[in-house]
Design a protein around this ligand. Structure first.
Ligand SMILES: [Zn+2]
Length: 384
């Protein structure tokens, strides 16, 4: 008896096996069916509803996908051998009820059980997103998630430029641009979405042209309009994440309150001269704090910088907007920890980042328990 055969008979003696038919019944009863074959193998078909987790990533990612170690896990490979080895790994990790599907996917198919074909990236998409695909944290499943994602971006200006460009490049499937401005020459010092050749165009149209030039496979929806209490819910509904790249306080309050109403996370950023800040509000449904917890009231006009006159170092929106894009992609992929409950501060002159904790205000009129934020148009607050 070879070493491998001895090892296998030892595993078979210790690891319970189930037939494909029983596996389906157990799956319908709540057990997690995990297909541990490689991506190339599952590309042509996998049991319907199975979790695809190639053996090499099984121990790294199973906890995230099946956090309860008491729930039964059924492992499947092509013929029922690799799944035995994989089962041993999960038992070692602490999973209590691990079984292997005898005969693997061959037996599943032979029994005529439900199979689904995972969506496929075409050759051009594989090439375009190669650096995502090679990262297990993104991979093919993550790239599909991005391709199915819908992000609303408010403002196609300084912050909106890097946000839109990076989200389009990453393959966010639908980007909604909302802005009511035209491209002016004075924008071009920082608004890298636009160009001399598109001066005078509506910003949403100029932006759309730039984004589709970068990635023609995504959809860009443009709304040449200003966000108001009357249209904000319609414009923002149906998106997975809202990114607020606006340059004025009334819009920020309105976006905050609308996102709370819609239950959509809101990625916030602001810039002024050499400084910027970023945070995420509502990183998970119902998560607090919100923008109003941080800034309960707009400042009086005499303290607010003039909207048109406030200077900004051209590269600054690049720094802050890029972090906002990173937070957005993290939210879409469910990766890492969102910048929620924290305000990240950037001091460009010192080249320094700082972070302050943002507490949820127990009396916040927008996000405290039972609050239903009223959507209202605040008069524009700009000094001078
Ligand atoms: Zn709040």
């Amino acid at each position: 008896m070879s070493l491998k055969d001895r090892r296998l008979s030892d595993l078979r003696a210790r690891i319970p096996e189930v037939t494909a038919v029983d596996a389906l019944a157990l799956q319908r009863g709540g057990a997690r069916l995990v297909d541990v074959r490689e991506d190339e193998e599952t590309a042509t078909g996998t049991p319907a509803g199975a979790l695809r987790l190639p053996r090499g990533f099984l121990e790294l990612r199973i906890e995230e996908k099946a956090p309860d170690p008491a729930l039964p896990v059924l492992l499947m490979c092509a013929g029922g051998t690799r799944s035995l080895f994989a089962a041993e790994d999960l038992l070692r990790l602490g999973y209590e009820d691990v079984r292997s599907v005898a005969g693997g996917f061959s037996a599943w198919k032979a029994a005529g059980l439900p199979v689904e074909v995972p969506p496929q990236l075409d050759a051009a998409q594989r090439e375009r997103y190669r650096r995502h695909l090679t990262m297990p944290e993104v991979g093919e499943a993550g790239q599909h998630k991005l391709l199915r994602s819908r992000v609303a971006l408010i403002g196609a200006g300084g912050l909106g430029s890097p946000i839109a460009l990076y989200l389009a490049a990453a393959g966010v499937g639908r980007l909604t641009l909302i802005d009511d401005d035209r491209v002016e020459r004075s924008n071009l010092q920082r608004q890298i979405l636009h160009a001399e050749s598109r001066l005078g165009q509506r910003k949403v149209e100029s932006g759309r042209a730039a984004l589709l030039d970068l990635n023609p496979t995504i959809e860009v929806v443009s709304h040449d309009t200003r966000l108001e209490a009357a249209n904000v819910l319609d414009l923002l509904a149906g998106h997975d994440v809202v990114v607020d790249g606006s340059d004025n306080l009334p819009t920020r309050y309105l976006v905050n309150d609308a996102c709370l109403r819609l239950g959509v996370p809101n990625v916030y950023g602001a810039i002024f001269r050499f400084e910027g800040q970023v945070s995420v509000f509502g990183g998970a449904p119902g998560a607090r704090p919100c923008y109003r917890c941080l800034f309960p009231e707009p400042p009086p006009a005499e303290y607010a910088p003039s909207c048109a006159e406030a200077g900004v170092l051209g590269v600054l929106p690049g720094v802050i907007g890029t972090i906002m894009a990173a937070e957005t992609i993290k939210l879409l992929l469910g990766l890492g920890e969102p910048l929620a409950g924290r305000l990240l501060l950037y001091d460009g002159l010192r080249g320094e980042f700082n972070e302050i904790a943002v507490a949820a205000d127990p009396d916040c009129p927008s996000c405290s328990h039972g609050a239903r934020p009223e959507l209202s148009d605040i008069a524009v607050v700009c000094g001078g």
